[in-house]
Every structure is written in structure tokens, then in C-alpha cells.
Design a protein around this ligand. Structure first.
Ligand SMILES: Cc1ncc(COP(=O)(O)O)c(C=O)c1O
Length: 406
């Protein structure tokens, strides 16, 4: 890196992931410093006035901005719009859910509607149902893979201002057509916003498909080590950044420097981790497909998966998440969860180690059985966040756990 630019656009994503900002003076820290400070001091009142008035850029108070956080935001923005002529901008927040609530509070007004899918992350559904509904924002939940239905709904409800979606979705890994939803949004005057947590920009670049906003729980694959909670909102219009930043600053949904620093550290290995997550998940999905105790496997990398074609169009690889249904319903599901030795039962996902979730007794515990079963969330369904361990060890563990089922 020869010039003072932090990240040249010609660099590949793998390189940008690894590099820290080039030092401006000899003897500076090689790795991004952690600025554990709540506020910033000024040499004199004139400098203070310049920064407060916006005449000079600078940090004032860490709820507004912080040098460690700004550096991570800068890096995420570069990577999200990688390969594009336009640059995106990023706001880091205290969690994935605070990214979503900050976005919703900024972009939606009383009387507006949100068009979304039933299989959203549960916390996101609750934000729209329990918080945004109090401010007069309505929610329309439909199957977003049915584009005729999407168009009909947008026509019937002109108050819809945001199409909000997740692809691949949790836990059945169904994929929606990003470009088609963004296009329909533009036609009917609605912004499109995607939660790209499962894929990350390494596998899927929604801005290239015309989406207006990309949101993350960076807690998952972007951090990758299960030691930081944070979220990000990316926009490709600087005016949106200003509006989002104002909400973040006033609601106090800002990230803290330590979690941002941990995220930055995790990002360095994103490309190698994601390649391995994807390879392992593909191998395990194929292995499970042939297993006599497995009824079916949900993984977009399998040609038989209903979303394989659309996933192949918009993803570089198929990700590290899969789910599968064991024969024998609830007793088999419970048995499998207890019988694995290498995999860990945990509510999160995207860590370097393999994690298991049994949706029927956890994330979907309060969803009526017939409703969840209609969406494919049966008693025997297991969600697996495939880690980067040696895949043969994982397969041995899965096989020994499945061998106890009858
Ligand atoms: C797809 C998705 N989005 C958002 C969230 C919320 O993120 P956080 O836990 O960082 O608030 C989660 C959490 O599991 C998630 O899976």
C-alpha cells in the first residue's frame, strides 16, 4: 500500500480484510488501537468551536463517534461496495437488533408499512410487531419468493415504504431474489433493505443488486469468534447515513470501542473462515442427504434445494448454515442434540466452531406447532452453523449421534 488511502479499491476483499490502516508516522501502532475514551479534548476553545460547529472534522463524544469505531465502519463500507463505482457508508451499532431498530426508527414514519417475510429472525419480527406498531407502522408478512404476490401487495398498499428481507432465511435457508425485490421496491416507491448476516458481503453483495440498505448482526460470521456483540447498517446514499447517524446518536444505539475492536480483529480472517465454512457445510449437507435417518436437508448448495437456482445467481458460495430433519420427530431431535460431542448447543451462529439449535424447543418455542410446521420447522429439525473444524471429525460426530436413532 503506497499511498495514504486506507484501502485502495483495486485491492481484493481478502486483502482489505487483513490490512490495518497504513501508519501516517513512524512508530505508530501496527494494529488498530482501541480508543477507550468517552470524550475528546481540545487544545483551545477555537479548536473546540471548529469541531462542534462542523467546520473541522473531529471526534466530540463516543456516543457520536470514536476513532476505533470509525475505522471499522470505514472498512465495512469499503468491503460492502467492493467492485462498485459508488462508495457505501456504514454506521456501527451496539447489536444486530439495534441496527435494525435504528434503521426502522429512521426510515419509517407513522402510517407507513413494511413488507416482509414470516421467517425473519424472531427479534426482528418483534421489533416490527411490538415497537414499530406502537408508532403506527404496519407490517405485511408474505412469501417474498412469490414475486407476483409481492407486486400485488405493493400495489394494494401504497403506504409500504420498506421491503425488509433476509436471504438465506432462518432456519430453512430459503432464498429470495434480491434484484427482483429491489426493482419492485423502486417501481412502487419503497426502499429495499436486506439482513445479510448469514451470507456476509464475502458471499453476497446486495448493493450490486440494487438494494438500498444492508444490515448485519456482526455478532455472527463477521466477528466469527463469538466474543463481540454489534451490528451494522450500510447505505449507499450519504444523506441516509446522516439520518441514521442522528437516530443512533440520540437513541444511544452506538457500538462500543471494545466490541468494534474485536469485530475488526475477527474480520481479518473472514475470507478464509467463510471459504472453510462453505466447504464444510457443502460436504456435510451432501453426507446427510444420503443418511437413512435423515428425512431431508436444507442447504442452498444442494441442487435439490428449492432455492438452489436463485442462490447460485446471487451468492458466490452457499454459506455455512444448514438445517436437516431427522426421522422420529421430537424424541429423535432431542436425542441428536444430546448425543453430539463435538458440536455445541448454542443460540448464536457464525462462530468458528460448529453450533446446533433445535428450533422447535428454542427459537420457535412460542410459535404454534401447526404454524411452524407449515414453514418446515418440524419437531425433528436441527439447525447447524457449520464451523471450520476438520470436516471428517464433524461427520464422525454427526454419524455417531445419528446412529442412536431408531
Ligand atoms: C439474521 C439475524 N439478524 C439479526 C440478529 C440479531 O443480532 P444480535 O443478536 O447481534 O442483536 C440475529 C441474531 O441471531 C440474526 O440471526
Amino acid at each position: 500500500m503506497k499511498d495514504s488511502m486506507t484501502y485502495k479499491s483495486s485491492l481484493a476483499i481478502d486483502t482489505i480484510c487483513v490490512k490495518d490502516k497504513k501508519v501516517e508516522q513512524s512508530g505508530q501502532a501496527h494494529i488498530l488501537p482501541l480508543h477507550a475514551t468517552s470524550s475528546y479534548s481540545y487544545k483551545n476553545i477555537e479548536d473546540s468551536i471548529d469541531v462542534f460547529s462542523g467546520k473541522e472534522s473531529g471526534h466530540v463524544y463516543s456516543r457520536f463517534s470514536n476513532p476505533t469505531i470509525s475505522e471499522v465502519e470505514n472498512k465495512l463500507a469499503k468491503m460492502e461496495s467492493h467492485g462498485m463505482d459508488t462508495e457505501s457508508c456504514c454506521i456501527l451499532t451496539s447489536s444486530g437488533l439495534s441496527a435494525i431498530s435504528t434503521f426502522a426508527m429512521t426510515m419509517l414514519n407513522t402510517g407507513d408499512g413494511v413488507l416482509t417475510q414470516p421467517d425473519l429472525y424472531g427479534g426482528t419480527t418483534e421489533i416490527f410487531h411490538k415497537i414499530m406498531a406502537k408508532y403506527g407502522v404496519s407490517m405485511h408478512m408474505i412469501d417474498l419468493t412469490d414475486l407476483d404476490l409481492v407486486e400485488d401487495t405493493l400495489k394494494k398498499h401504497p403506504a409500504i415504504k420498506v421491503i425488509y428481507f433476509e436471504t438465506p432465511a432462518n432456519p430453512t435457508l430459503g432464498c429470495a431474489d434480491i434484484a427482483a425485490l429491489a426493482e419492485l421496491g423502486k417501481t412502487y416507491g419503497a426502499y429495499s433493505a436486506i439482513d445479510n448476516t448469514f451470507a456476509t458481503f464475502y458471499l453476497q453483495k446486495p448493493f450490486q443488486h440494487g438494494v438500498d440498505f444492508v444490515l448485519y448482526s456482526t455478532t455472527k460470521f463477521l466477528n466469527g469468534h463469538g466474543n463481540s456483540i454489534a451490528g451494522a447498517i450500510l447505505a449507499n446514499d450519504p444523506e441516509h447515513r446522516q439520518a441514521l447517524w442522528t437516530t443512533m446518536k440520540l437513541l444511544g444505539t452506538n457500538c462500543n470501542a471494545w466490541d468494534a475492536w474485536l469485530l475488526h480483529n475477527g474480520l481479518k480472517t473472514l475470507s478464509v473462515r467463510m471459504d472453510r465454512h462453505c466447504q464444510n457445510a457443502q460436504t456435510i449437507a451432501q453426507h446427510l442427504t444420503d443418511h437413512p435417518m435423515v428425512a431431508h436437508v436444507n442447504y442452498p448448495g444442494l441442487t435439490a434445494h428449492t432455492s438452489h437456482t436463485i442462490a447460485s445467481k446471487q451468492m458466490l458460495q452457499y454459506g455455512g448454515m444448514l438445517s436437516f430433519e431427522v426421522f422420529g420427530g421430537m424424541p429423535s431431535g432431542i436425542h441428536f442434540m444430546n448425543a453430539t460431542e463435538l458440536c455445541t448447543i448454542a443460540a448464536t451462529l457464525g462462530n468458528v466452531d460448529t453450533l446446533l439449535l433445535h428450533p422447535a424447543t428454542s427459537s420457535h418455542l412460542n410459535v404454534p406447532k401447526d404454524v411452524r410446521e407449515n414453514s418446515g420447522i418440524t419437531d425433528g429439525l436441527i439447525r447447524m452453523s457449520v464451523g471450520i473444524e476438520n470436516v471428517n471429525d464433524l461427520i464422525d460426530d454427526i454419524d455417531q449421534a445419528l446412529s442412536g436413532l431408531s
